[in-house]
Design a protein around this ligand. Structure first.
Ligand SMILES: Nc1ncnc2c1ncn2[C@@H]1O[C@H](COP(=O)(O)OP(=O)(O)OP(=O)(O)O)[C@@H](O)[C@H]1O
Length: 728
């Protein structure tokens, strides 16, 4: 009976695959699969017959979905009026479920899709083609703003000697950093020579010489056609709003009365425990940003209507349980949605792109995540979360420019207008295309509230490339303020039965932590020391250094398989008589005084003291190795299906550069490696949101993870165990 087999199998075995789009969709019960490269395959059942057909473009899908939905509604309506069953001919459970879901969940404009990030919040209705994007920030009244705090210490940090900043910019950032920067510059020159790119002698000197002149011209505010509209505050400071969110928050003048301070509730892909004094304040800000975004961006101003809405919420691949349960509470209790569901970022990305399996590399603002997805599931072992991203590139770019006598020497990324300017400079000028590395003359406008606009000219040389290359040599980033053990406000979550820590972990992330602790002797007590050890520069894998693990595989040696997430492979399995007490035989059992729960807690604490940082190319290969687990076919599949997303990857030439580096590291598999961008020219920053919206539109067995209000009222966050489609 056809219903017993999967739709996909039926379509394949019975040759029902059709490529025309002219089928009559009047009795379309269900859209089932959205899982192929470059096109969608959808299945439908009519008169006990299955049809599979392909749709090339998303617009077609949306149009058909809309038409089908309208027809379904009309049909259901007329059947209800006639008192007949809603959909004649649909007998089995799936079909009944499908009809029910058609009736109650086909209105995609009643589904709100939320993808929060460290820097940006993407929010929209599932029926929207693209989300609204706003900065994930809130400004609250405070005594001092963020640039005045701590005695006004600027960012990037300048070294002070006897309370005076040294006169020469070479000294600003310390000798170690300067040495690493110089070494990167030399290495780049060498690579360019190897690639037969002509280099101009004394390029750097020319740049420094030009920038030292520090010339700028002043343009009065009303003569500046691109002047910024700053957020207006009422003349009476007592009537000033308690907070602003998003773009409005970023545009509050620095010297406002009253002062406002910016808070970013998410940092490095996790709740910002560093800048908040209490868990409640942090979660409250998180909820306020979501609430205001729904009101301002989606126009849903009446709170009491929100119970009719559903919410799809995107969480990190390597999520923290406390984060998910806190968000669930915000969505159900504070915002009052009727139902909600969660989806992991990488899985959402594959939905957005229409791929069935892929290695997703998401370079965000403050974190970079990597995860292999296979047939609609994240490969748990392959999940990696690195604590760096586009923000580090911005900061390092500015540091390099300042080092080379950038004319605007007072640049301070803690100031709102400087941060916006720095982002603009990076997005306009950074590149990883070696051909672009020549002396370039650029200009920028400095616009600060209440001041005349200043127009600066400046020159750049290799800074534009070396800053993004930090993703492959993260010791050049300032990692000193990143929290490794982030347990100031949120405790880790514990198993309800044995009390051991149970936040998800992965074999790949463990490998990253091991690498970070082994390679980086400066890591201790939860932070990385402020100035990177000079020896690290040498220990960072050079691009020519092959990734041994994969090359062995390609030669057919096969990697020993290890067991499920994080558990040791056979070589680590305790051997009777060696590592573990022997049972039976002559040997007497030895009594172990190690309590496994205590051991697990100690291990979790130790892991929390290491900052997960590893060069991006190395991390990708680590993730793929873990996902493939010695299966050569899978390895090739993932290497040939890497998709790079996230705003941080929008640097000019990034994909080609990464592809080349991966090839250099795996010479034996270099022909297999292919890096793709999201299809249909989808913005890499919104692919995840797009995929989550597709997920929200699936009904029936496509998405079983909806948590309804009654369920939540009854079970609370325990309902996640039943409802999550990922391992909970
Ligand atoms: N055209 C561009 N060129 C280079 N970088 C860009 C470009 N556009 C955006 N970015 C960078 O992308 C980053 C933001 O990316 P994204 O919105 O994916 O991050 P996020 O999801 O908020 O953060 P995270 O993933 O860390 O939680 C910023 O660092 C921004 O500077």
């Amino acid at each position: 009976m056809p219903g017993k087999r999967s739709n996909r199998a039926i379509a394949r075995d019975e040759g029902l695959e059709r490529t025309d789009n002219n089928l009559d969709l009047t009795t379309w019960p269900q859209v089932n699969m959205i899982n192929q490269k470059n096109y969608y395959t959808e299945y439908l059942k009519r008169d006990d017959q299955y049809y599979a057909y392909r749709i090339q473009h998303e617009e077609d899908t949306n149009r058909m979905v809309r038409e089908a939905r309208d027809r379904d509604r009309a049909l259901a309506h007329s059947n209800l009026n006639n008192g007949t069953p809603a959909e004649p001919g649909l007998a089995d459970e799936d079909d009944i479920g499908a009809v029910a879901s058609l009736q109650d969940a086909r209105d995609f404009s009643k589904i709100i899709v939320i993808h929060p990030g460290s820097q940006n919040l993407r929010i929209g209705f599932a029926s929207d083609a693209l989300p609204k994007t706003i900065p994930m920030v809130i400004a609250r009244k405070a005594r001092e703003n963020e640039s005045e705090e701590g005695g006004g210490e600027p960012k990037p940090k300048r070294i002070k000697l006897d309370n005076k900043v040294p006169a020469e910019s070479e000294k600003w950032f310390g000798d170690d950093w300067a040495r690493e920067y110089a070494a990167m510059s030399v290495e780049l020159k060498q690579t360019m020579r190897n690639h037969r790119i002509r280099l101009m002698p004394n390029s750097k000197e020319m740049v420094v010489h030009y920038n030292k002149k520090k010339v700028h011209e002043t343009i009065t505010e009303h003569n500046d056609p691109h002047r910024i509209e700053w957020t207006e505050l009422p003349p009476d400071p007592r009537r000033a709003p308690d907070y602003f969110i998003g773009q409005e928050a970023l545009r509050i003048p620095e010297k406002s009365n009253p002062r406002y301070k910016l808070f970013w509730p998410l940092r490095h892909g996790w709740l910002n425990e560093k800048d908040y004094a209490s868990k409640n304040l942090l979660l409250q800000d998180f909820a306020v940003i979501l609430e205001q975004a729904i009101k301002q961006q989606l126009g849903l101003t009446r709170r009491r209507d929100w119970a009719q809405y559903s919410c799809v919420f995107v969480i990190p691949d390597l999520y923290d349980r406390n984060y998910v349960t806190s968000v669930l509470e915000i969505l159900m209790r504070d915002l009052g949605f009727g139902r909600c569901c969660f989806q992991q970022e990488s899985l959402a990305a594959t939905f957005g792109a229409g791929y069935s399996s892929s290695c997703i590399v998401d370079v965000g603002a403050q974190k970079t995540s990597i995860c292999c997805v296979e047939e609609g599931m994240c490969a748990d072992n392959s999940r990696i979360n690195l604590k760096f991203g586009g923000t580090d590139v911005t900061e390092t770019f500015i540091k390099m420019l300042l080092f080379d006598h950038f004319p605007y020497a007072d640049m301070n990324l803690k100031r709102r207008y400087d941060f916006l300017l720095a982002e603009e400079l990076k997005q306009k000028f950074c590149t990883v295309q070696e051909m672009d590395i020549t002396v370039q003359l650029y200009e920028f406008h400095l616009r600060a509230a209440g001041q005349d606009t200043r127009r600066y000219m400046f020159k750049t040389y290799d800074e534009t490339m070396l800053a993004p290359m930090g993703l492959f040599q993260p010791t050049i980033f300032d990692n000193s303020e990143k929290l490794a053990g982030r347990r100031k406000l949120f405790d880790r979550s514990y198993d309800i039965y044995d009390g051991s820590p149970n936040d998800p972990r992965s074999a790949a992330q463990d490998a990253v932590l091991q690498w970070a602790s082994g390679q980086d002797p400066s890591v201790s007590n939860g932070t990385i020391s402020e100035t990177p050890n000079a020896s690290l520069v040498l220990s960072t894998p050079s691009r020519q250094q092959p990734f041994q693990h994969l090359n062995h595989l390609a030669e057919g040696e096969g990697t020993p398989r290890s067991s499920e997430a994080g558990s040791p492979g056979p070589e680590d399995t305790p051997q009777p008589g060696r590592d573990s007490p022997a049972i039976g035989g002559d040997e007497r059992p030895t009594i172990s005084f190690h309590d496994p729960v205590v051991e697990k807690i100690k291990e979790a604490e130790a892991r929390d003291t290491i900052l997960p940082i590893m060069p991006l190319d190395n991390a990708i290969l680590t993730s793929i190795t873990q996902a493939a687990r010695g299966d050569d076919r899978k390895m090739r599949e993932f290497l040939g299906g890497i998709m790079v997303i996230g705003g941080g990857s929008k640097i000019l030439g990034f994909n080609n550069f990464l592809e080349e580096r991966l090839r250099d590291m795996t010479p034996a598999l270099s022909k297999e490696i292919f890096i793709g961008s999201p299809p249909r020219e989808l913005d890499p920053q919104v692919v995840v949101w797009k995929g989550a919206s597709v997920f929200g539109k699936l009904s029936g067995s496509g998405n079983d993870s909806w948590i309804g209000r009654e369920e939540w009222d009854f079970f609370g966050s325990r309902v996640l165990m039943q409802r999550c489609q990922f391992l909970w």
